[in-house]
Design a protein around this ligand. Sequence first.
Ligand SMILES: [Zn+2]
Length: 494
Amino acid sequence: MKSSWGLTLFTILLSGLCLFPLQAFTSDAPPILNPTRMMQDIQTLSHPDFAGRQTGTRGGHRSAEFVAQRFHELGLTPAGQQHIDSQHKLWEQFGPVTISHIEAPAILEFSSLSAGKQTPVIPNIGSQFLPVLDSPSIHASAPITFVGYGISDPARGWDEYEGLNVQNHVVMFLRGKPSHYPLHIQHTEKERVAREKGAVGFITLTGPVLSRYAARRGMGYQPLAFYTNAREERPLSGVWISGEVGEKLFQAEGWDLKKIQETLNNERVVQSRELNTLVHMKWESTQQAGSLINVLGMIPGTHPVLKHETIILGAHRDHFGEQAGLLFPGADDNASGTALLLELARVLITGKPPKRTILFASFSGEEQNLLGSTWFVNHPTRPLKKIIAMINVDHVGIGNGQLTVGVSRMPKKVAKYVANKTGLSHKVNFYGFFPGGDHVPFSQAAIPTIAVVTSGTHPHFHQSSDTFDTIRSDMLSTAAQFVLALIAHLANKP
Ligand SMILES: [Zn+2]
């Protein structure tokens, strides 16, 4: 509201002086993006005051207040259906959602079962191991059994548990699947099998033979933060260890993990075996009920017919919070996208009013199986059939200078046209549908989606090292420029 009043006043003053028409001020002049502002917002949102913005926590709610306050100052129109009171009409709050927290300290130790070799190996929290975030409390010492990729599917002739008794053992399995296994397999499924076979816990790790996706994203050996999302059943306690720690454990047995993984992949021979190692796992964890907040604001369209159509710009705000004594600041994931969203809201509301309605959505719960965006699709505040595109921005603060854009349910030529027009075509690489992110529920609801991330490696992905000092202002600017042009095009095309 404030800005339009200011603009009107300014226009009246100037029209009085030199008879400038209104259009001169709300004109086609390209609005100017401010990278410094985006950098400041990333710094703020990744500050310890926001405690890693975990969904449902105080830090998560503070981040909602930050975005809602900014939307309010900019004069965005409320776009939610539910709100708590007039102060909060820009947001939608719902629940219960589970807030999982691993208390500090979390302890992991390996010791040899052979007589004489008694010095335990104690990996470092964060860089060498991380409990899976929704793990129950555990205090156990158990022998380790390696079960390859952890798949038990005798019907397809691939059972990595065949002939093993893992009762009261901790099972250790690689991420992913052997290349010859035909089905897509989720971590949750591996965890279910381990529990059914009687394991007391699991260790997971990325093997030395990286999948193409992992290599492209620069996800190597480091343990990553994640939730198993085993909803119906109580999850098994588990830990992700670094590839380096895994290889050392194998070396101590006289085995080569890379060779073992190659044999699994290429020769299709099960490699399961018991290690001569005892693992000690100990931590306390809590599960609490909380609520989730999506912050929604609009710039209403001005065209009599086209205003009923909507373009959504979405960026998730949530991250992993504080876990096992580590802060996960989530500067790239996704304070960067949130800062871009805020900057585009500022620029678009000061520019020429769009023909179609633009909705800005700051989702929460993305890291917990896309809870916030799924809620929106199931309780839409704009008719789903009239959402002509959902643009999702996630991880746009680091990379190699290029953008990776996944287009689904619409021709790529629209986005390509925009890239050409803005002189960015040499910096934008187009692909089809990306399987992860807040655009997924929209795509499943048959809505055209465009997912924007920066290309190249994201070496701090889902780690506590995803800090503000790693963010590149030039990357943000490229992403913001492209997304701004995309929205301007989609919102105004005939
Ligand atoms: Zn993300």
